[in-house]
Design a protein around this ligand. Structure first.
Ligand code: MG
Length: 329
């Protein structure tokens, strides 16, 4: 299935919005509707056509064509895998690479970070991602707490654009003094600061991954040319086919790769896990949303266990999960 609708730009998003009773109807914004009796309609929100077509095609096509292309891309690939009775990852490779996600330690106190990390460490989780950039000293204390709770775990950091180059350097230095070295640092500086990302990529002996800076194949080219050492691929930013192009480009230029996601539905997390496992070669996997959502709308494969492992070998067709309503038919 594929869907681009007024309540979401993917099947998962639309389905969950529908199940929670959301309406996509609102005042018309695409043209001046003052002269008409009806001034409300269901418009798409936050849809970026350049994820699916080039700028030149964008000028030739009306919006509805591009919406259809985006939905069709998702639908065709899922349907293809299902009719061939093969798992989705098989579209991208011979056998699935191990897919082990991190889990994000959400913003909070050091004590909360300690309890959270202890809970998941006891269940086999081996990678913790810590969001930083809100409060410098508290962030250092939270990291120390995670280190105490899970001394051998890998640490991913994500600053979500919050720092300057100087702050990033100083934070990593202070962290080093506490004996902590992250495996990767995501988006330390502002999204248009490609130079800052490149400078930090040269400074650190671990990759710096562009996330908010990367929204198209063009961005990827510019980031890699600037010397940025890692890219975070997310299907909702790039779509499947553009993600594949970014992947190939990054692999060819020796950059590190992260498979990430926004706050997405289980369906799209699974799709991303299949994509990453089928291709292989992802250095970092950040697909933990299924561990945080109470999902009453999909049936089938549930995603990662509490140890973070996506066991894709057991999936028989497509991504392995469907909206419950289809499973019941
Ligand atoms: Mg990020």
């Amino acid at each position: 299935m594929g869907a681009v609708t007024p309540v979401g730009n993917s099947v998962g998003e639309s389905w969950e919005a529908l199940c929670s009773g959301q309406s996509g109807i609102g005042p018309i914004t695409k043209f001046d509707a003052a002269a008409f009796d009806t001034r409300i309609a269901g418009e798409l929100k936050g849809f970026d056509p350049l994820r699916y077509v080039t700028k030149r095609e964008r000028r030739r096509y009306d919006d509805f064509i591009i919406f259809a292309l985006a939905a069709a891309e998702m639908a065709v690939l899922d349907a293809l895998a299902r009719t061939m009775k093969m798992p989705f990852w098989r579209l991208y490779g011979e056998k699935p690479a191990p897919a082990r996600t991190d889990i994000t330690v959400v913003i909070g106190t050091p004590e909360q970070a300690f309890d959270f990390a202890s809970f998941y460490r006891a269940r086999g989780m081996k990678i913790f991602k810590i969001k930083v950039g809100i409060d410098y000293d508290n962030d250092l204390r939270r990291l120390a707490a995670v280190r105490r709770a899970a001394p051998k775990a890998e640490i991913f950091l994500d600053a979500n654009c919050a720092w300057t180059v100087r702050e990033a350097r100083s934070f990593i230095r202070d962290l080093g003094r506490a004996g902590i070295r992250p495996s990767v640092l995501e988006q330390p500086v502002k999204k248009d600061d490609f130079g800052g990302l490149a400078a930090l990529s040269r400074d650190f002996d671990f990759p710096v991954c562009a996330d908010e800076s990367l929204y198209s194949l063009r961005d990827a080219v510019r980031l890699l040319r600037a010397g940025v050492s890692g890219l975070n691929i997310k299907l909702m930013k790039l779509g499947l086919s553009q993600s594949l192009e970014v992947y190939r480009l990054a692999r060819a230029s020796g950059a590190k790769l992260m498979m990430g996601e926004m706050l997405e539905s289980r369906l799209s997390s699974l799709c991303a896990a299949h994509f990453a496992a089928g291709l292989g070669g992802f250095d970092f996997i950040d697909l933990d949303t299924p561990l945080f959502i109470k999902d009453r709308v999909t049936a089938g494969f549930a995603g990662p266990g509490p140890d973070g492992i996506y066991d894709l070998a057991g999936v028989k067709a497509g991504i392995g999960a469907v909206p419950k309503i289809f499973a019941e038919r």
